[in-house]
Design a protein around this ligand. Structure first.
Ligand code: FES
Length: 207
């Protein structure tokens, strides 16, 4: 007759055709990892679909303040204070409505003294105003802080920094790529979108 201590030993012996307990554990762990990986992949796909299907900021759009109340008034250079970021959306030139369908269309504006801009930044700016995607390229938090001492945008979710006078280049933190820059021009005294984002806005897409 088999003793109790023998049963433990017998249980540890792998039955032909049956996975061992260690193997079952590995299979369960792999399944869980696959599930998590699948969820992450789904999020990436959903994000990519949002990025590809959302109405984009278009050349010729005016800009309006993100939380403006009352009638929408296109922004002018003098609406911005030097060194104070302003969140904005593009105003669809055809419908007269802001392109708020996707947060990927959110823009952060910054007015700097024109003397501080090099030729490349000047070419992107209008009246000293520079425009960038307001969505951090790390994990998508909103960029709305200007660090005057370092002259960089800061994302306080995980401390990424971006240099607006270097086409939004990463100046610190975990962000994997630059903040997409949006060229501007002036029409009369209004700020107008003059080109496409320098790379796709958003956190998951690598531009
Ligand atoms: S989301 Fe901006 S640093 Fe992580």
């Amino acid at each position: 007759m088999m003793k109790l201590q023998d049963m433990g030993t017998a249980e540890a012996v792998q039955t032909p055709g049956m996975p061992s307990r260690r193997k079952i554990f590995r299979m369960a762990a792999a399944g869980a990892a696959g599930l998590v990986g699948g969820m992450a992949l789904s999020a990436r796909v959903a994000h990519a679909e949002e990025a590809s299907s959302a109405p984009r900021v278009a050349i010729g759009d005016r800009l309006v303040e993100d939380d403006a109340e009352g009638p929408l008034t296109p922004l002018k250079v003098e609406d911005l204070t030097v060194g104070r970021p302003l969140l904005a959306f593009a105003l669809n030139a055809e419908t007269g409505k802001p392109r708020t369908e996707s947060r990927l269309n959110k823009i952060v504006l910054l007015r700097l003294p024109e003397a501080e801009l090099d030729a490349e930044s000047k070419a992107l700016s209008a009246g000293g105003v520079l425009a960038f995607s307001a969505i951090c390229t790390h994990q998508g938090c909103e960029i709305k802080t200007w660090m005057k001492s370092e002259k960089v945008f800061a994302c306080f979710c995980h401390s990424s920094k971006f240099n607006p006078t270097k086409r939004g280049a990463v100046a610190g933190g975990p962000a994997p790529r630059s903040l997409p820059a949006l060229p501007l021009r002036l029409e009369g005294d209004q700020l107008v979108v003059a080109g496409e984002f320098s790379s796709p806005p958003g956190s998951m897409l690598q531009g």
